[in-house]
Design a protein around this ligand. Structure first.
Ligand SMILES: Nc1nc2c(ncn2[C@@H]2O[C@H](COP(=O)(O)OP(=O)(O)OP(=O)(O)O)[C@@H](O)[C@H]2O)c(=O)[nH]1
Ligand SMILES: [Mg+2]
Length: 410
């Protein structure tokens, strides 16, 4: 039987030959339009895994048929162009392939399932409804009819603005879902920073010793807490030093502080937290969340300090509460759940900003009692910005840029 005559969703066993020589025995799956990934007729060849065999089969096909190699992301691009998925869903496929934690995978999965798309469709529909009233009014301009009261229009635009603001707010968590958070472990020398890193990693990654100034360079490791990626930076203890290497280490500690989303400021149970270091951390990164962690509580505290967590890395005391605190911080104190449409993509974020700006202009147009033509044009611009998210009016250049980031074969 010819493979070109095979039915959809059937699998066929056979040999691939070069002249009379068997290259491999293979399975060929057949998918007929529109029930395939790209919505076009397609086949998939399963051979044995050797790269040499794969290479031979590809060369045979290229040399003897009209087949050519796909461009990066071409399969997904075709799926998009054939209306199998919209643009935000196509981008979700790239995110699924790249996701490294369960939460980022789930976020991308939600986007592929259309959580964001349906939200955007809904907002767009509301805008189209509004626009159609205005257009109608413009058609009857001479008769001076008002189809909706201006005050109602403003109210309805405000409602859409609130929904857009919620989506924009979700981006700060969306970034966490996608890229994780940077966590810098800082403090004075010898307080137990490296010990804390090792404890969180459950391995003895960084050298720990009783000599202050043990860690000289910033060490980066990753852990996942409930599916959120934490990029941990163990740093050199911050203190004044004349030693060139230590000075460079302290400089790198400061850089880690500047790039951090969360700082674990570790202090010794009997020394507490240095005021000058507290001030310095705030100066280096004014908006960052700081956890003050008092370590070595097994030694017994002589004084009281204002801390967020009390731990002993040595005995494990207080570690559970501390990890709970880390989780809460990673999930932004429970502000978002899996069911929310969360914006994780900077392109979507920028489109939403554009929509917001145009809607704010529309509100202004309304308040100034300007002609309906201006209003129609503001609403139209907002609608186009939303349509760009799902790829309904996306310039070719942007499309190419998106798909070129895919790997070949996707
Ligand atoms: N008793 C006690 N000792 C601890 C605890 N945590 C760490 N230490 C000890 O404190 C010393 C310093 O620990 P490190 O983890 O190297 O401290 P650090 O902050 O990384 O030090 P530098 O890299 O030099 O800045 C080591 O001797 C550790 O064994 C703790 O909870 N209790
Ligand atoms: Mg250290």
């Amino acid at each position: 039987m010819k493979i070109t005559e095979a039915k959809s969703h059937t699998v066929h066993y056979g040999n691939i030959l070069e002249n009379d020589e068997i290259i491999d025995d293979v399975l060929i799956s057949v998918f007929r339009a529109p029930n395939s990934y790209t919505a076009e007729d397609s086949i998939e060849i399963n051979s044995h895994g050797s790269p040499l065999i794969v290479q031979k089969i590809i060369s045979l096909l290229i040399n003897n048929t009209d087949v050519r190699l796909a461009e990066p992301g071409e399969f997904t691009k075709r799926a998009f162009l054939n209306n199998k998925i919209d643009l935000s869903q196509a981008e979700a496929i790239a995110d699924i392939i790249n996701s490294r934690t369960s939460v980022s995978l789930r976020g991308a999965r939600n986007q592929l399932d259309g959580l964001l798309s349906s939200k955007v469709h809904l907002l767009r529909k509301k805008l189209v409804d509004l626009s159609s009233f205005i257009e109608l009014e413009l058609d009857f301009a001479e008769e001076d009819i008002e189809f909706v009261r201006r005050i109602d229009l403003t109210e309805r635009i405000d409602e859409i603005l609130v929904e857009i603001a919620n989506l924009l707010d979700s981006y700060s968590f969306g970034k966490v879902v996608r890229d994780g958070i940077n966590v810098a472990i800082v403090g004075e020398p010898n307080v137990g920073k490296s010990s804390l890193l090792n404890h969180l990693l459950r391995e003895s990654r960084a050298i720990v010793s009783e000599i202050p100034g043990t860690t000289r360079d910033t060490i980066r490791e990753e852990i996942s807490i409930e599916g959120i990626l934490l990029k941990l930076y163990d740093t050199a203890g911050i203190r004044l030093s004349n030693d060139e290497i230590e000075k460079e280490g302290v400089k790198r500690s400061r850089e880690a502080v500047q790039n951090a989303d969360l700082i674990l400021f570790v202090g010794d149970v009997n020394v507490g937290f240095s005021d000058s270091l507290s001030t310095e951390l705030r100066e280096l990164n004014p908006s960052v969340k700081i956890f003050k962690i008092l370590n070595k509580t097994d030694l017994g505290a002589k004084e009281k300090f204002l801390e967020d967590f009390k731990i002993s890395v040595k005995t494990g005391n207080g570690m559970n509460q501390f990890i709970e605190g880390l989780k809460k911080a990673a999930f932004q104190d429970g502000a978002y759940t899996e069911k929310d449409a969360i914006v994780t993509n900077v392109r979507h974020f920028n489109c939403l900003i554009k929509a917001k700006e145009n809607l704010m202009r529309a509100v202004e147009t309304l308040s100034k009692n300007m002609s309906g033509e201006f209003l129609a044009s503001d609403l139209r611009a907002a609608e186009i910005a939303l349509a760009e998210i799902i790829g309904e009016v996306t310039p070719e250049e942007i499309l190419n840029n998106i798909f070129s980031k895919f790997c070949i074969g996707k």
